[in-house]
Write a protein that binds this ligand. Structure first.
Ligand code: FAD
Length: 498
């Protein structure tokens, strides 16, 4: 526990709730705590009669309850509303969390409507943005005397119920949602949280403020400290990319990357698409480019393969086969499906692009710009001088399933084998909160153990600690909303409103 006896209390800010993380989970929780309370619109649920019946019953109960306590209910929401609850988020990026760091050019796995946050559906937002843009260009055209585009001609068609959406649009939507819903004042951007700790009771003069959240501003390096009654951790599970742990992985950062986004930037450089290198690469013969090596069998690896082939760059693809993963899990908890199986299980009609990659991985045929190396293990990544050409070659060594070593010359290596959460700000508690104690937290195999209704961290040393999102196993945005609602409901019931 944190000893604050010697602490300089002057610079401490006091808050009811501090949310760490600015992804969809943190954003939606902020929206709720800002006084936006969900309500049942009285309509039957479109696909579930039993749920409709239960909702009707609950509505009757709630109506009876509200008649008795109507003043109290409103009071609580107003009180929370009037307090500040800063959301402290990491420096490199605006609200939107993980979405701000993904490749903006790929499509979501989910349907677009599942990416929505309450109060402003994503289709509605897109229509708004399009209308805004069209209005601006219509005004401009009017000013310059070109009236071909009239506002009445603007047609916005967002009716396709099975539509996926660009990741870049989702990132822009979350960022704008914060502004449009009046939440920007709660978001403290550019801050890294380095410590979340309960305060040792003996030294805590403000007994109700049981937690201290500390960190620094990324640009100024200025330190901040918040004493708060409640902390919600919503920091996601993609802060730290998994490593192979092989020689060259860290030292060859000029041509080895662990991020899809970065890989795409490097591909653009390779084909001279970026402005800086366009002149240098003009008229370059793409067939002379060494292949890129993609390692991994998940969706990001598939995205990387598509990105390279779409640019005319050949790909070598090394991946473990389905069965290789069987024993590779925490505490002998077996994975029911591997990443590889997940790729296969996506419906063909919705995800034709992923299926194309999957087919190439398994069909043993020759494909344009693609070579599968199933079951191959990467041994090292290095640079070899070629004295005849006076060049330096980027080389990788791979071991085949039958034990032979093969060397390849490559231009870029993308190691896309998943990510894990960075919970270093929890110190020794980081490994105490999981379902399997003393093992690292993992969104799939060892999520933080929480109360199913309140989302309080079960093994927290002190009350007032909550967790939401993939950290607790809610891996998709549409599931995260329920967690945020659970936290808000518990906070509002329990927070001291004096
Ligand atoms: C490639 C990819 C594709 C995906 N596609 C989909 C999809 O189609 N549909 C879907 O529903 N989900 C999808 N997901 C999952 C989705 O991104 C997550 O479920 C969701 O973003 C989690 O939201 P969150 O608010 O819990 O955390 P995140 O969105 O992960 O945000 C957490 C934020 O906390 C910040 N943070 C972390 N540590 C600290 C610290 N110490 N101090 C300050 N800030 C910190 C992080 O920088 C980040 O900004 C995808 C994920 C990936 C990686």
């Amino acid at each position: 526990m944190q000893d604050l006896s010697q602490a300089d209390d002057e610079n401490i800010l006091y808050k009811d709730v501090v949310i760490v993380g600015n992804g969809p989970g943190g954003i939606f929780l902020s929206y709720l705590l800002n006084g936006n309370w969900p309500y049942y619109n009285g309509q039957p649920h479109p696909g579930d009669e039993m749920l409709s019946a239960r909702l009707e019953f609950l509505l009757e109960e709630a109506n009876n309850g509200l008649k008795e306590n109507s003043d109290d209910g409103e009071q609580i929401v107003k009180t929370i509303n009037s307090r500040n609850h800063p959301i402290i988020n990491k420096s490199y990026g605006p609200p939107g969390g993980a979405w701000q760091f993904m490749d903006p050019n790929i499509l979501t796995i989910s349907l677009d409507r599942w990416m929505s946050l309450p109060g402003l559906e994503i289709q509605e937002w897109e229509s708004m943005i399009e209308a805004e843009q069209s209005r601006k260009s219509a005004i401009l055209r009017e000013r310059i005397g070109d009236k071909r585009l009239l506002l009445s001609q603007i047609k916005v068609n967002k009716s396709n119920a099975m539509r996926r959406i660009l990741v870049g649009s989702v990132a822009a939507y979350y960022k704008d949602y914060v502004v449009k819903q009046g939440l920007a004042k709660y978001f403290k951007s550019g801050r890294i949280v380095t410590s979340v700790r309960p305060i040792l009771e003996l030294h805590n003069h403000d007994k109700e403020y049981g937690w201290i959240v500390q960190g620094y501003e990324n640009l100024s390096r200025k330190r901040f400290r918040y004493k708060c009654k409640n902390v919600v951790i919503a920091t996601g599970t993609t802060n730290s990319f998994n490593r192979l742990g092989i020689p060259g992985e860290e030292t060859q950062s000029c041509w080895v990357t662990h991020q899809l986004n970065d890989f795409e930037t490097r591909l653009d450089r390779l084909v001279g698409k970026c402005k800086k290198c366009a002149a240098k690469r003009k008229n370059q013969d793409l067939s002379k480019i060494d292949p890129v090596l993609v390692i991994g069998a998940g969706l990001s690896a598939a995205d990387a393969i598509m990105a390279a082939r779409n640019r005319g760059i050949p790909v070598i693809h090394a991946f473990r086969e389905s069965t290789d993963l069987a024993d590779d899990n925490l505490n002998s908890v077996k994975l029911t499906t591997s990443i590889y199986d997940r790729l296969r299980s996506l419906p063909l009609s919705m995800y034709p692009e992923y299926h194309e990659v999957y087919e190439m991985m398994v069909d043993d045929k020759t494909h344009r710009l693609y070579k599968a190396l199933p079951g191959y293990t990467v041994i090292d990544l290095g640079v070899k001088s070629d004295d005849t050409n006076k060049t330096k070659e980027r080389t990788v060594s791979l071991q085949s399933p039958d034990g032979n070593i093969y060397r390849y010359r490559v231009s870029i290596v993308a190691i896309l084998i998943g990510a894990k959460p960075d919970l270093s700000y929890l110190g020794e508690y980081a490994e105490k909160f999981g379902r399997i104690v003393d093992k690292p937290i993992d969104g799939r195999s060892n999520p933080i153990e929480i109360d199913d209704f309140t989302y309080e961290v079960v093994r927290s040393p002190s009350k007032g600690l909550y967790a939401i999102g993939p950290l607790v196993g809610d891996n998709f945005v549409r599931f995260i909303l329920g967690g945020a609602f659970g936290v808000a409901a518990h906070l509002i019931r329990n927070i001291d409103t004096d």
